[in-house]
Write a protein that binds this ligand. Structure first.
Ligand SMILES: *Cc1c(COP(=O)(O)O)cnc(C)c1O
Length: 379
């Protein structure tokens, strides 16, 4: 059996242990500490954001952003349907209700037309506008932010970017996560960088960042005894995890460059294979980090993603279905949905290919050969 090729395996830089050892020798085996400050600083330098708060998970970042935006019980929040459930679940944590919006075919992200339709219809149905918009840069591909932000401004609805998959992606010269009111990042094991588990929230100003830190550390008021006026959370990143993050940030530019190079290899490799389209940037000033390279099979070939997945698995190659849209999930069966079948069709005809920055060119070619052989046998 050939060595296993994983979808997106953690890629260590080499200095992570050094940072961890530093934390141990300085008795900083605690939440907070100097590595947390340093990690936040490195994220700020890299994204160009001025106020980044390191948290225990991307999901925690999304949750706190909703708290900061004043989302409470009974509110509605507009969410992209084509995403991982962690984008929408925090809406439920607040006792609020997600309203799902379909994607458009160029970026696979939130359709501005369906978004505006949803805003107007919710106002008609409930008498109120939704409280926030959660837009996702799926697989690292920036959403149509100019159009979405213009609509958001017109209706005065704040925008939370779920940039969990989009660290390093750029939209018109700006990093994803810095375009809306808040931006959430994830450092889970399979993302662009890992802290073994962690996230961060990009905040609009110093006061918001200060309040996010306060909420993330149990909302303890500055009193000699424990005194609480607000509901607190234990959502801060540990100093050990932040140390791993500092080690990871040393190589962030290389990691993003490698994901993009892998995407180029796939694009070249499938150039002459009929029936396969590699998802591409829609224009030169929109630059996905290509966290995962995704492909679509021509719908009239009637190829099931599951068959290709199994063909790859037989060669010890891990691939994955695209995210199953939230309007197709039993847990959200009753949530309102606006749009048509754009995301559903993409889901039914696509696949995520191994894209970890640790993969070699030879390994990518193994994947290309296996997919190509499967397709040619079908034709
Ligand atoms: C990974 C991910 C999250 C959640 O991040 P965690 O750090 O795993 O909590 C949220 N949204 C999207 C789109 C993701 O891919």
């Amino acid at each position: 059996m050939k060595d296993r090729i994983f979808l997106s395996f953690p890629h260590l830089g080499g200095h992570e242990m050094q940072y961890i050892n530093e934390a141990f020798s300085g008795s900083w085996v605690v939440p907070l500490g100097p590595h947390v400050d340093k990690f936040e600083q490195r994220l700020e330098e890299y994204t160009g954001a001025s106020h980044v708060v390191a948290l225990s998970a991307g999901t925690a970042a999304l949750h706190l952003a909703l708290v900061m935006l004043g989302v409470t019980a009974g509110d509605e929040v507009l969410c992209q349907s084509f995403t991982f459930s962690a984008s929408a679940n925090p809406v439920k944590y607040q006792g609020a209700n997600p309203v799902f919006v379909d994607s458009e075919p160029t970026t696979w992200n939130m359709s501005p037309e369906s978004l505006e339709e949803a805003i107007n219809d919710r106002k008609k149905v409930t008498g109120r506008y939704p409280k926030a918009i959660v837009v996702v840069h799926l697989y690292g591909m920036p959403a149509k932010m100019d159009e979405i932000l213009e609509i958001a401004r017109r209706y005065a609805i704040p925008v939370l970017e779920d940039a969990a998959e989009a660290l390093g992606s750029e939209y018109h010269g700006k990093k994803c996560g810095t375009l809306g009111n808040y931006g959430a990042l994830s450092f889970n094991g399979n993302k662009i960088i890992t802290t073994s588990g962690g996230g961060a929230l990009i905040c609009p100003d110093a006061e918001a960042a200060r309040h996010v830190k306060f909420l993330a550390t149990q909302a303890r008021e500055p009193m000699p005894y424990y005194f609480h006026k607000e509901l607190g959370y234990n959502y801060r990143l540990s100093n050990i995890s932040a140390g791993i993050g500092c080690g990871q940030m040393e190589f962030i530019t290389d990691r993003v460059a490698r994901r993009r190079a892998i995407h180029n290899l796939y694009t070249e490799g499938f150039k002459n294979v009929e029936g396969i389209t590699v998802h591409q940037n829609p224009s030169a000033d929109v630059k996905s980090n290509f966290w995962l390279t995704t492909i679509l099979f021509d719908e009239n070939l009637h190829i099931s993603p599951e068959d290709v997945r199994q063909a790859l698995e037989a060669e010890n190659i891990e691939s994955r279905w695209l995210w199953r849209p939230m309007n197709m999930q039993p847990i959200y069966a009753d949530a309102p949905f606006y749009g048509s079948d754009c995301a559903e069709r993409i889901f039914n005809s696509g696949l995520c290919l191994p894209s970890g920055s640790i993969l070699t060119d030879d390994e990518i070619h193994r994947v290309i050969d296996c997919v190509t052989q499967y397709i040619s046998k079908r034709q």
